[in-house]
Write a protein that binds this ligand. Structure first.
Ligand code: DGY
Length: 431
């Protein structure tokens, strides 16, 4: 049974801060040493939330460093390869994006708008926050513009991801069918490094990696030209979780812009959020009681009950949808000790230790709980946060088996520690 109270040896805020400091390389933080030795996009934005509790200036720097490497077209890459490290594959030699500081050529869930508003509103140093937020505002707006231009060419209100790595939920069951269509002829032979740092049973399969690299080679062959990638990609999926993060960031950017007197930017961002929320209805599945992915190649919903469809709660969706998602999460709770599994445990394809095919992740828990609390569902939000704190009793792992609580993937993980600081500090303030 899941413990009702935190064990005596439960990690403290100080323990979590020690992890953040150990992974801090000065102007950016690695997700964990060894497995991920560079700067990752959404890791950094969520990390800043934890850093802000003990060093606000450092938190702003984390996000600013990421945006220093924004592409001219507005895209913010998913990895910045600040310095050489051959312990990771695929490195800059595979991506070949031809940047002054090498980066990957794809993006990641755009949590920056949300994170920057949260840093700004909670800041104790208001002058510092205004100056740093004002400088980031147009850069985040340019990234959002890029999304709707490059990833929603038909103007549906929702954007597509073109690579599973963009979703952040790399090997989710959501992508299986779409990924199977990615050709692998001509994929260069490669040596994976992730399985040298982490248990191979916790990581994506070799067959999935071949397709991940096949997509990278395909986009590289198109010169990383955003104007060509969407239509030419064999993998194009509209993920409700990814879109919810984007739409929440648009809504938060609008609020931030309003507070900073940037009225035009606020109006545009709000209009995007509203249009996107209306379009999310296309992804609602009444029989499933949650949102589903849409395959933009086949134009069909993907029958896969993943946490992507629950993460939609992070966006300001209609209250009746949030209420149904809360009920759906309660249904899932009947089959898992710890919320929120990244995939429904009753699905035969579920795998409780393999990355995004079942494990629970604290960052996702945090976003789902945040959205549900804002939508008037505090009970389930509290249950999710309590489960998150119960999980970190086993250490700040990358992710956890939602039935046994076993820590999986990388250890001493930055964003897990950052979210622990957030949940521990904010629940203290609320009580
Ligand atoms: C990895 O290398 O596992 C990452 O998730 C890709 O960004």
């Amino acid at each position: 049974m899941r413990p009702e109270t935190a064990p005596a040896n439960a990690p403290t805020v100080e323990d979590a801060i020690a992890v953040l400091k150990a992974n801090d390389l000065g102007t950016y933080t690695v997700p964990t040493h060894g497995l991920y030795p560079f700067q990752w996009n959404w890791d950094s934005c969520l990390t800043a939330l934890g850093q802000a509790h003990f060093d606000e200036a450092r938190a702003w720097t984390e996000i600013e460093t990421l945006f220093t490497h924004q592409w001219e077209d507005g895209m913010v890459p998913h990895i910045v390869f600040h310095k050489h490290d051959d312990g990771y594959f695929p490195g800059p030699d595979v991506w070949q994006t031809n940047r002054p500081v090498p980066t990957s050529g794809i993006t990641q869930p755009p949590v920056a708008g949300f994170a920057v508003r949260r840093l700004f509103e909670r800041a104790s140093d208001k002058a510092l926050a205004e100056q740093r937020a004002r400088a980031l505002l147009p850069k985040i707006a340019a990234w959002h513009d890029w999304f709707f231009r490059a990833r929603d060419p038909e103007g549906t209100g929702l954007v597509a991801i073109l690579h599973p790595w963009e979703s952040g939920r790399d090997n989710s069951i959501d992508w299986d069918a779409a990924l199977d269509r990615v050709p692998i002829d001509g994929v260069i032979p490669f040596r994976r490094r992730d399985t040298e740092h982490a248990n191979p049973d916790h990581r994506p399969t070799q067959a999935q990696y071949e397709r991940y690299i096949g997509l990278v080679q395909h986009f590289r062959g198109l010169g990383w030209d955003s104007a060509r990638l969407h239509d030419a990609s064999p993998f194009k999926v509209v993920d409700p979780g990814f879109n919810a993060i984007l739409l929440r960031s648009c809504a938060d950017l609008a609020a931030l812009a309003e507070a900073l007197g940037e009225t035009k930017l606020a109006t545009d961002a709000r209009a995007r959020a509203e249009a996107g929320i209306a379009a999310l209805e296309m992804l609602w599945s009444e029989p499933s009681g949650q949102y589903l992915c849409l395959d933009r190649v086949t134009r069909e919903l993907v029958e896969s009950l993943s946490v992507g469809g629950l993460l939609a709660a992070f966006a300001p969706i209609p209250p009746h949808r949030a209420a149904r998602l809360a009920t759906r999460i309660e249904e899932v709770a009947a089959t898992a000790q710890y919320l929120v599994p990244s995939h429904d445990p009753t699905d035969p394809r579920y795998d409780g230790r393999r990355y995004w095919r079942g494990p629970a992740w604290l960052i996702v828990n945090y976003m789902v709980a945040d959205g549900l609390r804002a939508a008037g569902q505090p009970a389930i939000a509290e249950r999710i946060e309590a489960d998150s704190l119960a999980l970190i009793a086993a250490g700040f792992a990358e992710y956890y088996d939602p039935i046994t609580g076993e820590p999986c993937g990388g250890g001493k993980f930055t964003w897990t520690a950052a979210i622990a600081v957030e949940i521990l500090t904010m629940s203290e303030k609320r009580s």
